[in-house]
Write a new protein. Structure first.
Length: 412
């Protein structure tokens, strides 16, 4: 299930324990009280698939009766939900089919009926069904998905189930139609529906955003956004992966190279392994040299900030937390600086090549200037310079300001 990474050593599960506890609360609630939907949102490499794998393992240990099926939507066929329904309900349908076959044998009165009963017996043993096929010609993929969900409800509706759709954003219309249909009926089931979704600029694709909103409206969902690893978590992950202490200079290099993203961390370790900077030594690994000896450096700002004062750097950090594109009104509210003074500073930062002016945003009296970092790398670096323990609170305040002024959400 996990994606293949370049690093050949261990890839420990670190920094997600609290999230796992939250998800298991949803699993427990689904098994005891009724179905739940879980949406794991994150950027590429943020650890969504790894978290799904650990969740499935822990859920099995706690609920032995749980039945689970995993689907990677990036590699699945055109009839994902029909296959899921057949897998989950095969035992239930086989029991019902056996009863129907038995009735037919009791009603055998002529040669033709004997052959019919024999044929249906063989079919029931092989497919677990008697009568018409689940799939009928002429149906659209969406109709097939909805019918498959009806099958899930019809057979063993109160059976504890775990349905995992990994990379849902790469699925097709059938995948999404089935997810919508199941979420509408979750209250009738004891099913846990888990979808991992890759986000862009913090946002899921619009169709999946609608799916999440529908699940939240029904009050049976949990949305989890995977954060980057803290420096302490990254340190712990590297120590476990290499089975030993990590030199400070290498830890600093890895922190910059990965930006706290697990997938990027394993890629960076893989690069060091390929370059001979990390070598197996017994049961662990040994570090060779230092980052200054020819290894590519971690991403740095693309602009010279030596001519900027502390106030400029603070404003750029605030702006970067809002996003690569930001609004002067929001930054004025956060910084306590008047918009007039702020516009003067941003104009100067445009002239030195840090920012660029995008135009006006908003309507009526709530018009603001929209700016953007000329290079997204600079936005990431400035955002990372803001204290991590304060970043989530700042993001929430940004969203409140934008909602008040009617600006589009950042998707934090």
């Amino acid at each position: 299930m996990p994606r293949e990474q370049s690093w050949s050593g261990q890839k420990p599960f670190v920094g997600r324990e609290g999230l796992l506890d939250q998800l298991m609360q949803q699993v427990d609630a689904a098994v005891g009280e009724g179905g739940r939907a879980i949406f794991l949102l994150g950027s590429p490499g943020s650890g969504k698939t790894a978290l799904v794998g650990v969740l499935q393992e822990v859920a099995f240990r706690r609920h032995r009766e749980l039945k689970a099926e995993y689907v990677n939507c990036a590699q699945s066929g055109e009839k994902t939900w029909l296959e899921l329904a057949r897998l989950f309900t095969r035992g239930h349908r086989l029991k019902r089919s056996a009863w129907k076959v038995a009735m037919e044998w009791l009603d055998v009165t002529q040669i033709g009926a004997i052959f019919t009963a024999i044929w249906r017996t063989v079919k029931a043993v092989r497919t677990g069904q008697v009568g018409e096929d689940d799939e009928k010609p002429g149906r659209s993929a969406s109709d097939t998905a909805i019918e498959a969900v009806r099958m899930l409800i019809q057979y063993g509706v109160l059976e504890p189930r775990l349905v995992i759709l990994d990379s849902l954003e790469r699925g097709d219309a059938e995948d999404l139609a089935g997810a919508f249909a199941l979420i509408q009926r979750l209250a009738q089931t004891r099913t846990v529906f888990v979808a991992s979704v890759r986000t862009k600029d913090g946002r899921p694709p619009p169709a999946i955003a609608d799916l999440i909103l529908e699940a939240e409206r029904l009050g049976r969902s949990k949305r989890v956004e995977l954060p980057v690893l803290t420096l302490e978590e990254l340190h712990e992950a590297v120590e476990q992966a290499t089975s030993g202490a990590v030199p400070d200079e290498w830890l600093s290099w890895l922190a910059g190279a990965s930006r706290g993203v697990p997938g990027a961390l394993w890629s960076a370790l893989g690069r060091l392994e390929r370059d001979g900077r990390l070598r197996r030594a017994g049961r662990g690994w040994s570090w060779q040299g230092s980052p200054d000896e020819g290894v590519g450096r971690a991403p740095e700002r693309t602009v010279d900030v030596s001519g900027l004062d502390d106030q400029d750097l603070r404003l750029l950090a605030l702006a970067a937390v809002e996003g690569a594109v930001f609004h002067s009104t929001v930054i004025a509210e956060l910084s306590g600086i008047s918009e007039l003074d702020l516009e003067d500073r941003f104009s100067r930062l445009c002239r030195v090549g840090v920012l660029e002016y995008r135009g006006e945003a908003g309507q009526g009296a709530e018009v603001t200037s929209e700016y953007a970092f000329r290079n997204a790398i600079d936005a990431n670096v400035f955002a990372a310079s803001y204290p991590e323990e304060e970043r989530s609170g700042l993001s929430a305040r940004i969203e409140e300001i934008k909602e008040r002024f009617g600006f589009p959400s950042s998707g934090h």
